[in-house]
Design a protein around this ligand. Structure first.
Ligand SMILES: [Zn+2]
Length: 191
């Protein structure tokens, strides 16, 4: 299996969907709460929502965005599907989709109830995870790897808030409001 992913662009259409405004709002909130901190000039974390029930395609933040506080429509990418075995994401847009797109896709595929996936980084949540009984992946896996996606799927069950060991958290909701408010609640409990 490949450990690095590639993108195959089906076209260069920038996603147009009224819900992107809501996704932008949550990107700003995550930025304000320092859940998408800067690392080597790019902000960590990635946020997505499912396009429609019964289908696993989604809109996600692009890879290597500087800050997530002032995003424009071309900084989002539609991911139609992913091939985990071949390590390919099939996308529409003009920027690379987040490197964790395959992870998002695998969660949408496994959990029909999930309509939004927000991934952030928070040392506070990671350090308090055990105390707060937040389920965590058993191993520490390289970001954006097949191994990481598999470790998350191993513990996914019906959970809605998970820690990827020594990496970050995943907040899942039926919609963006649920995923976002849950992350806000977790960070306030952890503080
Ligand atoms: Zn991450």
């Amino acid at each position: 299996m490949r450990t690095t992913f590639q993108t195959e662009f089906l076209d260069t259409k920038v996603p147009q969907d009224s819900r992107i405004e809501e996704l932008k709002y949550w990107c700003v909130r995550f930025h304000e709460l320092k859940l998408t901190p800067l690392y080597r000039g790019s902000s960590l974390g990635n946020l997505s929502f499912r396009l429609k029930d019964g289908n696993n395609s989604f809109i996600i933040t692009a890879s290597e965005l500087k800050l997530k506080d002032n995003l424009t429509a071309n900084m989002f990418v539609t991911v139609h599907s992913c091939d985990l075995k071949r390590g390919i994401s099939f996308a529409s847009g003009i920027k690379e989709p987040s490197s964790e797109s395959v992870l998002h896709y695998e969660i949408y595929r496994k959990r029909e109830d999930v309509g939004a996936i927000f991934h952030g980084h928070s040392d506070i949540i990671l350090s308090r995870g055990d105390k707060l009984n937040i389920p965590s992946t058993r191993t520490e896996d390289e970001p954006a790897s097949v191994a990481l996606a598999e470790s998350v799927l191993d513990i996914l069950g019906n959970e809605s808030f998970l820690i990827m060991r020594n990496h970050g958290f995943l907040s899942l909701g039926r919609n963006m409001k649920e995923a976002g408010e849950q992350a806000v609640m977790q960070i306030s409990i952890a503080k």
